[in-house]
Design a protein around this ligand. Structure first.
Ligand code: GLY
Ligand code: MN
Ligand code: MN
Length: 489
């Protein structure tokens, strides 16, 4: 008996030591943007709004994929930025000045959200409801969407009612609290319908402003706060690790699809929920298609390079990193010539990044280097030749969107931008055939600091020497062998 008790006691202690009785594991990550962040962003918005104005933000619509399956829901980034709310069918009103309701209470924002519904939640997951919004998101003035219709708001008393104009592509689910109804109710209340749905025409209601909000949101979202930088750093670092692991795992015979899978597996391994945009993995001539997302070449071959433009999205914030590497681990002389030219353009542009430098200055320098290099290589005959070998821009902000909101004049501290020159020479181009099907883009993510820059994606090798060296290293995936399903592979 004593022996049994001792044994039971020992097992109990072992369980406790193993963590079994320690606090339950947390259900969700604990590093989302905080309620204070979102509150602070609403304050910052309010500070930039004109006198006697209200700003109105709607959630994104749900998009149907097919039959009864929808695409994964993605919140409108502005609404997410201001609230942290990730559910559909909602509308936020932010007032410049404090308002007083019929009971004499003051408020300066109202949030109408999705109502709790046990049956819907059984199928599709928990809803926050008004209580969750008050408790977790710290937005006190929260109501169910169904209350918007009868909520007494006199939009005509404001000098400006600011909102993003409607795309007219929202599905009517025949509920009085769906996004379609919220928009229709807003149009009715604000007099939008009186404009015959055309705000560009001469309008009878002239306090409706569909342009001003974007100017303010560009100002706000273009400069990242400390909390945003933590998430962006993480997204970029995860994406850089993805590039490194693929460099090690690369070999002829892999498919574009499985290379995409390796990147995205690394993203998930680090808790990145999504890709910030459809992954681009193009071998050989596929690299010349700028937004190639088919990624379905079954076997890449040793003579090709592969262009990989992928960004992990971590808690809403997305990286945007491109590496182009030789499938067999060794750049040919032509590949290296083009690669080094793109690298030179990128490096010069990155070194210029600091507060005060303009986007157009770095873009002009990169373009000039590429044009001169193309002449030196005999690919074009004159630096002023019009050509399509570098057909895209050099830089954009990243954040909640891959092409994020922000201003594109002079750089400022805490902007996060890409620098991404490229050269693409499709088959049939008017140059020596030896250059055909070479496509190189190098894309890095750069934080503008007080007096310079920090290269957030530096962990992913960038020079040809560094890339060739890393590609010699073994990959943990070499040991990941799955059953043959029959057929050739
Ligand atoms: N991945 C899209 C871009 O580089 O802008
Ligand atoms: Mn980009
Ligand atoms: Mn990209």
């Amino acid at each position: 008996m004593n022996k049994l008790l001792t044994k039971t006691f020992t097992i109990l202690i072992a369980f406790m030591l193993s963590g079994f009785f320690i606090a339950p594991a947390q259900d969700i990550p604990d590093d989302y943007l905080s309620g204070e962040f979102h509150k602070g962003r609403r304050e910052a918005l309010r500070a930039q709004m004109p006198e006697n104005s209200v700003a109105v933000f709607f959630s994104n619509p749900i998009r149907n994929r097919s039959n009864d399956v929808d695409f994964i829901y993605h919140q409108d980034p502005n609404l997410y930025y201001l609230t942290g709310y990730k559910e559909p069918h909602s509308v936020l009103l932010v007032f410049k000045e404090s308002q007083t309701n019929e009971s004499g209470q003051n408020y300066n924002e109202i949030f109408f959200v999705q109502e709790r519904n046990p049956m819907a939640e059984m199928w599709n997951g928990k809803r926050m409801g008004t209580e969750g919004v008050k408790g977790r998101l710290k937005i006190d003035n929260a109501f169910n969407g169904s209350e918007f219709a009868s909520y007494n708001i006199d939009f005509s008393k404001f000098d400006k009612v600011m909102f993003y104009d409607f795309q007219h592509d929202v599905r009517d689910t025949r509920s009085d609290a769906d996004l379609y109804s919220l928009i229709e109710q807003f149009k009715e209340k604000s007099g939008y319908n009186a404009n015959a749905n055309s705000l560009s025409a001469e309008r009878p209601v002239n306090n409706l402003d569909v342009r001003g909000l974007d100017v303010i949101m560009n100002n706000l979202r273009g400069i990242k706060t400390a909390e945003e930088l933590d998430l962006l750093r993480k997204a970029v670092l995860i994406s850089a690790v993805g590039q490194r692991e693929v460099m090690k795992a690369m070999r002829p015979g892999l498919s574009e699809t499985e290379i995409q899978g390796i990147h995205e597996f690394v993203f998930k391994k680090y808790g990145s929920e999504y890709e910030g945009y459809p992954s681009i993995v193009g071998a050989g001539h596929n690299g010349c298609i700028l937004h190639y997302i088919d990624n379905n070449k079954p076997e890449i071959n040793s003579e090709e390079m592969i262009l990989m433009d992928l960004g992990a999205e971590y808690h809403g914030y997305t990286a945007d990193v491109t590496r182009t590497i030789p499938v067999d681990g060794k750049f040919s002389p032509e590949e290296k010539a083009i690669y080094d030219l793109v690298y030179k353009a990128q490096e010069e542009a990155i070194q210029m990044c600091k507060p005060g430098t303009t986007f157009s200055e770095i873009s002009a320098v990169a373009r000039q280097i590429i044009n001169k290099g193309l002449v030196d290589l005999g690919i074009i005959s004159d630096e002023t030749d019009r050509h399509l070998y570098y057909p895209h821009g050099l830089s954009h902000h990243i954040g909640l969107d891959v092409h994020d909101k922000g201003n594109y004049g002079a750089m400022e501290e805490n902007m996060v931008i890409t620098v991404e020159p490229g050269i693409y020479i499709p088959e049939g181009s008017d140059c020596d055939e030896k250059w055909w099907n070479i496509a190189v883009r190098i894309e890095d993510d750069v934080l503008i600091t007080k007096d310079g820059f920090e290269l957030l994606s530096a962990f992913a090798p960038r020079t040809t020497e560094e890339i060739e060296k890393l590609m010699l290293e073994p990959s943990p995936l070499d040991a990941f062998v799955l059953p043959n399903l029959g057929g050739d592979k």
